[in-house]
Design a protein around this ligand. Sequence first.
Ligand code: IPE
Ligand code: IPE
Ligand code: MG
Ligand code: MG
Length: 295
Amino acid sequence: MASFKTKIPEYKKLIDDCLEDSLPNHDQSPQKLSQAMLYSVMNGGKRIRPLMMLASAKTLDINIDDVLPFATSIELLHSFSLIHDDLPCMDDDSLRRGLPTTHIKFGEATATLAADALQSLAFQNMALAKFPESKISHLRLISMIAESIGSSGMAGGQSLDLDSENKKLNAKSVENIYMLKTGRLLRASILTPTYFKKLSEEKLKALNNFSEAIGIAFQIQDDLIEAEGDFETIGKSVESDKSKNKAAYPILFGINQSKKRVEELYQKASDSLSIFKGSSSSLEEMAKIIINRKL
Ligand code: IPE
Ligand code: IPE
Ligand code: MG
Ligand code: MG
């Protein structure tokens, strides 16, 4: 069987096509808003969250087509979170994916509205998605995804992240912020396929443990890339965390300690998949991609 990795270009094309289909056209009124939405989504994101969802679907033997509307919606939610994250009142960044951030290109008001509209579109798509299981499972799934970006998830983590500037947090507190601001949406991606099938408590717990470890590892790796990378490769500021004295892992605990922690978390994530006995190679491949990525 072909590895998941070799199919990534094909899956990314599938995801990009679905994203394009669900977004308004360039000339749809109000044009400025439509263009800001398209600009923020269709600009070379790595699509890690939808790919994680497909990898999880493969592991659980769930039809990819069934989860695609949710994979697309989670990418819309991720794009909305990045627009907000870059605003002057948050990280105040002017470059992302090698391009001016949405508020630099379209102004703060349009950027804010584009983020609102992307969030709304994501929930509309999820509500309208065909769902092969019961209505109650469908509603529970949408509720789980809503919770992952709310005050006990991504928004909560972003709030703690902003409060942490200029503070010397301990590793546990930093990892808690990472788990919320980044880990929760990744976890939602990985857990979505579990709503399509009855699974044992042990398997649910295993996927949950995998998600928590890989979510934190993803964000530490993101900080490492920023600390060690160059703008040409990563397409965003390499000074963002440093200049704001963020509670970023490499700034607080050093590069070596950060790399060691990524490796430990990867081991933990990988070990938690043992219950799937070889059927989880897609998730394992994605975990490797996440901890080895340089972009
Ligand atoms: C960047 O996420 C922001 C974080 C949550 C760390 P990605 O690295 O997935 O960003 P894109 O979508 O590929 O640009
Ligand atoms: C982004 O974290 C987290 C969310 C958008 C939820 P960062 O602020 O560390 O990510 P980058 O470096 O701007 O992509
Ligand atoms: Mg941030
Ligand atoms: Mg940022």
